[in-house]
Design a protein. Sequence first.
Length: 594
Amino acid sequence: MSITLETLEKHLKDPAIFCCRREKGQVIGAADLEDPGLFEDMIEAGLLTLSPEGLTIEEVLGSTLLEDVEALTPITKNVLDKVNKVEKEIEEKQEDEVSSEKAGATVYKETRVGGNGMIHIEIGRAEKFEGLKLDVPVVAGAGGENPTLPVEEKTGEKKVIRTLTKQHIKITDVKLGNETSIKDGVITIDKKLAEAALGEDALCKKLELDVIYPDKRHIYTETIMDVCPIATKVEGKLGEGVTKVLDGVVFMLTGVDEDGVQVHEFGSSEGFLDEKMLYGHPGCADENDIIIRCHATIQRLSGMTRPGPFAAHKCQDYIIQEIRKELKEYKGEVVREEICEDVRRTGNPRVVLVKEIMGQGAMHDNVICPTEPCGIAGGQKNVDCGNVPIILTPNQVRDGSIHALTCIGPATKEMTRHYIREPLVEGLAEDKELDLIGVICIGSPQVNDEKLWVSERLGSLFESLDLDGIIITTEGFGNNHIDFIEHIGQAGVRNIPVVGVSFCAYQGQLVVGNKYATAMVEENMDKGGFENDIAGCSCVTPSVAARAIQMLKNRMAGVEVKPAEKKWNNDVINANNKLLGLPETVLVDSKTYH
């Protein structure tokens, strides 16, 4: 396949290969040359063999063939009337450059001037051969053991807009009894609540409660629909004031329908509980958490509809709300106080985090901005809102403004607990070099026309916010990657540096792309690169967040992000981890994990 003039500019230093047979007398132009982006696949398939004597594209343009040459043949000087003289670049090993982690991602250089305090970089257009120009670096990735270049102490004026205080209270035991109370670190749940909760929704036919201690997890569980923390407002609204959060305990919702069909979509997580959750990951129970299992049986054939799974969540929330009422009055010891600030840092690069959440109907939905942290009542579903972009403050996200209803593949599912302690929100909000404008939640519709319409609305929002950088994440893979890539394109066409974060690896490789998807961060934690049915395994972790934030800084500074390898390779991820002083990503073998 011949290349365009635009592609030509980006591959002048690559080998010159004829795409088709060319005859003596042909003057070589872009239309005669094969796309270098295809070389790796062609070599692997045995269709192409490169030659050490082969010339580069910039050396052969405009030359005339002295003899006939077959397709997929390297061009050498003996078949040309002349070879263009070009300035040879001195190539130095750049140990401080991060690499795109998505297989097949391609780096496209561009002329870009960042926001205030940013590096100024120019990369001349190919036909000018002007090379690279740099001013003094301010914010970027760097080399050696410390991957961050020196940053000016003046990071912009800090203005605190609002403050949220999260008071963490330790729970040491949970019991089922004849009343609901919290005393001396012990939760007692009235067993009759399971029956009373059924009044919340007729589609939920049965609820069962039990308590699972950390050393008793080798028990069978139905598919894990959600992991939800217990938190309540005691002062102010979501995103401000005071919230009490119980540590050491979480609710876990599981579900089947009346015929025993698992309430799930792409893969389910039924099995032994110690083998079916990645403990310690943001959306999951921690190693020492007590799990309150709420098992729902919903009406037959309702599992693949929106109302069926939602009924299970509503009924569980009825029980949690009774505990919230007790928590509001509980005077237990605060073991940790977390101060969260919504701040603006004028003069620093303006960035947003985009969370693409499921919005395809059936099970794919979320509740936004409920009355209580991580709750249901008072919130709106993003599907009912048309999946349009909804901007939240970082504190609202950290205060439980998103309740996850989605039942996608377990490993890539961002459960309710994930959002209240989302590593990217935490990292961006606390980064003194950035000005985090907000967190944009956008649903992923089912129909392509709707996907494009919603993405265009997101692009308009990008433009109106006058942004310097964007990180875009998505849970799951496949259908929602269409929107994901479109969102990246909406940033790219506006010359806004953008980093994409998603599970791709082997099974979820991107089936669509564009020239702006060049800085990509991988979430996969499975040894084989698959959706492994372990809940919360392949989602954003602190390590993923750190790599994404640094990659965004590099992109805003104009520092080149190296192209990813053709196939997923965890070594690329660990090379990036090493640059940032992070531990290696140790992949999970689902066959032996427990």
